[in-house]
Write a protein that binds this ligand. Structure first.
Ligand code: HEM
Length: 147
């Protein structure tokens, strides 16, 4: 099994990076949809349209992507014997935070659908710093492997 995974290592990496792009695109896009969604009146037909758009983005793009990123990332970590390396521990910590952010977005989506408007548009725009900063740190860790 490990031998097969070793032969496929570069394919695993290509798939990993491709699905990282899809996942990150969704993480950046969803709060933007929330900004427009929040401007619609509660219980209006527009409210339902935005809820549906967000649900499709999460169901079709983001949920499958985060699953594939985790599966391929862990498969490479096992195959490459990377689990002893400090950079992978740090990267995993940051990816867990990013996954937590994803889960928080899914909860905010459900709250919006119920008519709750927890954050202002400006706060939602600022939230896009979260995946931005985490993405920069994660890529530096995995490419430079500083420790
Ligand atoms: C979900 C958990 C994740 C795990 C377990 C994981 C693990 C790994 C491993 C073991 C490698 C191969 C390193 C090598 O061959 O040198 C890798 C490559 C990579 N990962 Fe992840 N990763 C995860 C999530 C992410 C995320 C969220 C991002 C970006 C935001 C990311 C970006 C990258 C990039 C750009 C590479 C290619 C680096 C290169 O050029 O070799 N990974 N990942």
């Amino acid at each position: 099994m490990l031998q097969v995974l070793s032969m496929l290592y570069l394919w695993l990496k290509a798939g990993h990076v491709i699905f990282v792009i899809f996942w990150m695109a969704g993480l950046f896009m969803l709060p933007r949809l929330f900004v427009y969604h929040q401007e619609t009146p509660v219980n209006s037909p527009e409210n339902a349209v935005w809820t549906d758009r967000e649900r499709k983005l999460m169901k079709i793009i983001m949920a499958p992507s985060v699953a594939v990123v985790w599966i391929l990332g862990l498969a490479m970590a096992v195959t490459g014997g990377w689990f002893t390396q400090g950079w992978l521990h740090a990267k995993l910590l940051l990816v867990v935070v990013l996954t937590g952010y994803h889960i928080w977005l899914a909860r905010y989506h459900r709250a919006l659908a119920r008519g709750e408007r927890g954050l202002s548009g400006k706060q939602l725009r600022l939230l896009n710093e979260v995946p931005g900063i985490l993405g920069v740190l994660i890529v530096i860790l995995v490419i430079l492997k500083p420790f």
